[in-house]
Design a protein around this ligand. Structure first.
Ligand SMILES: Nc1ncnc2c1ncn2[C@@H]1O[C@H](COP(=O)(O)OP(=O)(O)O)[C@@H](O)[C@H]1O
Ligand SMILES: [Mg+2]
Length: 197
C-alpha cells in the first residue's frame, strides 16, 4: 500500500487518507492501480458517449464525469479534494474558481474568443491548475476539454497522447507537463503547439 504514496513527475501524490478511499484492498502497486483505473475510465467513456446533450459547463457535470471515470476505484471520486496538494488552488477556493472557469468558457464559446483548439487548451489548463479532485485531474481534464469540443462545439477532440501513453514518463508527457508549467506563467505557446492549435 505504501508504494502508492510515491508518484511520477507532474502527478498528484495521494495522502494516506485518500489511499483509504480505495475500493480494492489487494492493490499494492501503481501498475495494478493503473489497470483498475483504466477499466473504470472505459466505463466512464461509455457513459459519456450516452449523454446526448450534457451540460458540460456545469459543476454537476464535471463532478458526475469524474465519478463515472473513477468511482469504481475511489470512494471520493466526484467530490472535491479537501487537502492541499503540490498542484492546485486552496481547497476552499475550488468551487469558486471552477464556477468562474465554467462561466468564462461559456463566454469564450458564445463570443468566439479563441479558435476551438485554443479554447479547449486554455480550458484544460485552468481546470488542471484548479485541480478539483484528489487524483485523476489530468485524465478528467483532458476528457472535459474533449467533451467541450465534441458536445458543445461540434469539433473533433484533441490528440493528447500523440502515439504515446501520456500517463507514463516519456518525451510526450515531459512536453505536456512543461507546457502546463509555462501556461501557469501565462505563456500558452507550448500548450498550443502541444494540442496542434
Ligand atoms: N504545473 C502544472 N500546472 C497545471 N497542471 C499541471 C501541472 N503539472 C501537472 N498538471 C496536471 O496535473 C495532472 C496530474 O494530476 P493528477 O490528479 O495525478 O491526474 P492524473 O491522475 O489523471 O494523472 C497532470 O496530468 C496535468 O494535467
Ligand atoms: Mg494521478
Amino acid at each position: 500500500m505504501t508504494e502508492l504514496l510515491d508518484y511520477p513527475e507532474g502527478a498528484t501524490p495521494l495522502d494516506p487518507d485518500e489511499v483509504e478511499g480505495l475500493r480494492f484492498s489487494h492493490v499494492s502497486t501503481h501498475g495494478e492501480l493503473d489497470q483498475l483505473e483504466q477499466a473504470n475510465i472505459v466505463d466512464g467513456m461509455a457513459w459519456l458517449k450516452r449523454q446526448k446533450s450534457p451540460d458540460v459547463l456545469s459543476e454537476g457535470f464535471a463532478c458526475d464525469l469524474h465519478k463515472q471515470l473513477f468511482g469504481k476505484v475511489w470512494k471520493w471520486a466526484g467530490s472535491f479534494r479537501k487537502t492541499e496538494k503540490n498542484i492546485g488552488v486552496d481547497p476552499i477556493q475550488i468551487a469558486i474558481q471552477l464556477r468562474q472557469l465554467l462561466d468564462d468558457a461559456r463566454f469564450w464559446i458564445e463570443n468566439d474568443t479563441y479558435p476551438p483548439k485554443e479554447l479547449a487548451a486554455r480550458f484544460h489548463h485552468k481546470l488542471v491548475y484548479i485541480h478539483p479532485f484528489s487524483n485523476g485531474n489530468g485524465r478528467h481534464g483532458r476528457i472535459m476539454a474533449d467533451a467541450l469540443l465534441t458536445k458543445l462545439m461540434g469539433e473533433p477532440e484533441i490528440d493528447w497522447a500523440g502515439g504515446y501513453k501520456l500517463e507514463n514518463m516519456n518525451e510526450r508527457r515531459d512536453q505536456y507537463i512543461a507546457a502546463l508549467r509555462a501556461a501557469d506563467g501565462h505563456d500558452y505557446t507550448g500548450l498550443l503547439d502541444f494540442v496542434g492549435a
